[in-house]
Design a protein around this ligand. Structure first.
Ligand SMILES: [Zn+2]
Length: 44
């Protein structure tokens, strides 16, 4: 599960974060949600 770093929009479960952007606001930084921690992912 990924979540937009700006608006928090949830994105489709399993995909590469490379080259994508939020369908809602166009932001390109996503957080990968995990049970215990979050990791920041930057889509280049
Ligand atoms: Zn967004």
């Amino acid at each position: 599960m990924y979540r937009c770093g700006r608006c928090g929009e949830k994105l489709a479960s399993e995909f590469s974060p490379i080259g994508i952007q939020c369908s809602k606001c166009g932001f390109k930084v996503f957080y990968k949600e995990r049970p215990n921690r979050k990791k920041v992912l930057k889509a280049v």
